[in-house]
Unconditional design. Structure first.
Length: 652
């Protein structure tokens, strides 16, 4: 295995930093090697992925596009001193607005407060002697500068009418929650086994006469101009479809964009979930409903991706050997499964992010959302390899390891193997760990009560940790050598004993199941290994570090704890579960907690991260024939945002 596969220093490179945001670059590994036909498919789908950007801006708040366009004009035509604090404040505001696809924080939902003054903006607007500038001043200034106007994008709870209190543009004309709920309640049929996603692709507007009208987002309807752009590029993708089914998927999506018919959307989703043969795949449409206070209306999102063959080969190999691992698991043979089936996870790389997947993006996809389609047709669940890798790479360069890792020897381990063994840990945990083992006959699966999920995560983690150090992984060609597993052992203990404490507020204990599990495992092996000094907490200049003396003995400890956790689960031993979790998983050492938080705070890391896309372009020969699709990774965040606003903007 070639560890340096695509290492060009692109993945995870820092592109910009402002407010609480860091913008990174992701690399699209192996793109150059794809057949031209696949590249062209990706190209046209990628163009379609960029065309819906303005839809999302408008969905998030009706003032977003007027504000973005006016401020972009001011920003690009500004001739004054670019170090002027007022100008810099305007630049930061604009960067935040681009990142959030609007004037409210993408995660916290609160409206941004500009640090530039109305007087400064007035002065700049004088350069635009058009009537629209005057209207902007009158209509939009309160939205920009008054914190009481449209303070929150989406209000999810509280005493207020959630619909009226939210700034999102899904409801207009003074509609209230009860009116909206009554409107959609009338559409639902009782006991419908295949209900439509009512309201998913429309705005609801109360007219002057009191009537309520649904304005559907489709070609010729609301957002029709942007949808025209999307549809045009999807049509151009059709000749490059990999097979008949994928062609049918694209054609069905086109039907849906043309008609806005939700039954067609369900038909499309069923076709899409059944297309597991295509190597290139995409999401493009009104999908997730998180930003609607009532969870009905979907924001527009897109991504284009293709299978990561190396990573998917890894999960397939693990899964094919599931029985081998199960038969040798260091647990009581009575608790082993006679017939075990591994789960094979698919790993993908994204080539383009759009709409609500950009610049902030999830690291996995699990769709479709309709419960009855999931029940009857299944779902696609994938992890996004190159985004995960970019996060990992960014973490290496931010001073975190310099601060918390004991010495250069451990840092070197982490640099060389850390990403691979971290991915492999996840694979073993998901593909084998949860599915291994069995309950004794008659044992209630819920016997461990509130401790059940912590113990279940511990079981899967321990299975992964134990087998990471097994020669079988070398034999399968998944790990390169006998040193590699040490990287995961070190980072797991460092996280469980020290660094995950940064996420706990002062005075609090560990609550979340995954975090309890990690501390439980790390603390248990630390305590049990004390006589032999297997793992130590060393102090240097007032700072605490993890030091591992004996990695082989540590593996034995993981195996012993796995045997005990499996016994607890198989026998439903509630008292032992409680004792284990309460003794090792919950309590926080206040002095250590304080120290770790202080060290972390000094690193000054951005809490939120997002990405710029590569610039993707066609290369043509003299006759105009497309001979290649290339990627350019040099664009800055500001350049990309301004280019998107110029090239993918539609009069909505
Ligand atoms: Zn899990």
């Amino acid at each position: 295995m070639n560890l340096s596969e695509t290492e060009k220093g692109i993945s995870g490179a820092a592109v910009d930093r402002f407010a609480d945001i860091q913008v990174l670059r992701y690399e699209v590994p192996g793109f150059e090697m794809l057949p031209l036909r696949q590249k062209q498919l990706i190209y046209h789908l990628s163009e379609a992925a960029l065309c819906g950007r303005d839809i999302l801006f408008d969905q998030n708040c009706s003032y977003n596009l007027p504000i973005r366009r006016r401020l972009e004009a001011v920003y690009t035509q500004y001739t004054g001193d670019r170090d002027n604090p007022e100008f810099l404040a305007l630049e930061t505001y604009l960067k935040r607005l681009w990142f959030a696809n609007g004037i409210h924080h993408h995660y916290g939902e609160d409206k941004f407060r500009p640090d530039f003054s109305p007087a400064f903006l007035d002065e700049q607007l004088r350069n635009f002697p058009d009537p629209a500038a005057d209207r902007f001043r009158e209509a939009v200034y309160p939205v920009l500068f008054d914190p009481a106007v449209l303070p929150k994008r989406c209000v999810q709870s509280g005493d207020l009418d959630l619909v009226r209190a939210s700034a999102v543009n899904y409801y207009a004309g003074g509609l209230g929650r009860e009116e909206v709920e009554a409107f959609y309640a009338r559409m639902k049929k009782p006991d419908d086994p295949a209900p439509l996603s009512y309201g998913l692709n429309s705005s609801l507007v109360k007219r002057a006469d009191g009537g309520i009208e649904e304005q559907v987002w489709h070609l010729g309807g609301m957002y029709g101009k942007a949808i025209e752009g999307i549809v045009g590029h999807l049509e151009r993708a059709i000749p490059f479809a990999e097979n008949k089914r994928q062609e049918a998927v694209i054609r069905k999506l086109l039907d849906y964009y043309r008609s806005g018919d939700l039954k067609t959307f369900d038909d499309y989703s069923i076709l899409w979930v059944g297309d597991t043969a295509s190597e290139v795949d995409f999401v493009n449409g009104f999908i997730e409903t998180y930003a609607d206070p009532l969870g009905l209306k979907a924001s527009w999102e897109a991504n284009v991706n293709y299978i990561d063959k190396d990573a998917s080969r890894r999960t397939r190999l693990i899964s094919e050997n599931a029985q081998w691992f199960e038969d040798r698991s260091p647990i009581d043979p009575r608790f082993r499964k006679p017939q075990v089936k591994g789960v094979s996870a698919k790993v993908i790389n994204v080539a383009m992010l759009g709409g609500d997947c950009y610049p902030s993006t999830p690291i996995g996809i699990n769709l479709p959302n309709a419960d009855w389609i999931r029940r009857d047709y299944g779902s696609k669940s994938v992890t996004i390899g190159n985004i995960t890798r970019a996060y990992d790479k960014a973490a290496e360069g931010n001073g975190f390891h310099e601060e918390f890792v004991w010495s250069e020897a451990e840092r070197d381990l982490l640099r060389r193997y850390g990403n691979l063994t971290d991915d492999l840990h996840t694979d073993l945990h998901e593909c084998l760990g949860h599915g291994s083992g069995q309950l004794l006959p008659g044992v209630d699966p819920d016997a461990l009560g509130a401790y059940g999920s912590t113990l279940e995560e511990a079981r899967a983690d321990l299975f992964a940790l134990y087998y990471l150090a097994d020669d079988k992984l070398l034999e399968l060609g998944i790990l390169p050598d006998k040193e590699a597993y040490k990287a995961e052992y070190y980072s797991y203990l460092m996280n469980g004993l020290l660094t995950q404490l940064v996420r706990i507020e002062p005075g609090k204990q560990v609550e979340e199941a995954h975090m309890r599990n990690r501390q439980l495992i790390a603390r248990w092996v630390f305590e049990q290994g004390k006589p032999a000094r297997t793992v130590e907490l060393k102090s240097r200049e007032g700072k605490t570090y993890v030091f591992i003396n004996d990695y082989r003995r540590l593996r034995d400890l993981f195996g012993r704890l796995l045997a005990e956790v499996q016994r607890i689960k198989s026998e439903g031993d509630y008292r032992a579960a409680r004792a284990l979790v309460e003794t090792y998983g919950v309590q926080v050492d206040p002095a250590l907690h304080k120290e770790v938080r202080a060290r972390y705070a000094r690193l000054n890391l951005a809490p939120y991260k997002g990405f710029v896309n590569p610039r993707m372009y066609e290369v043509r020969d003299k006759s105009g024939q497309v001979v290649d699709i290339r990627l350019d990774y040099t664009e800055t965040y500001v350049e990309q945002m301004l280019r998107y606003s110029r090239d993918y903007s539609f009069a909505l």
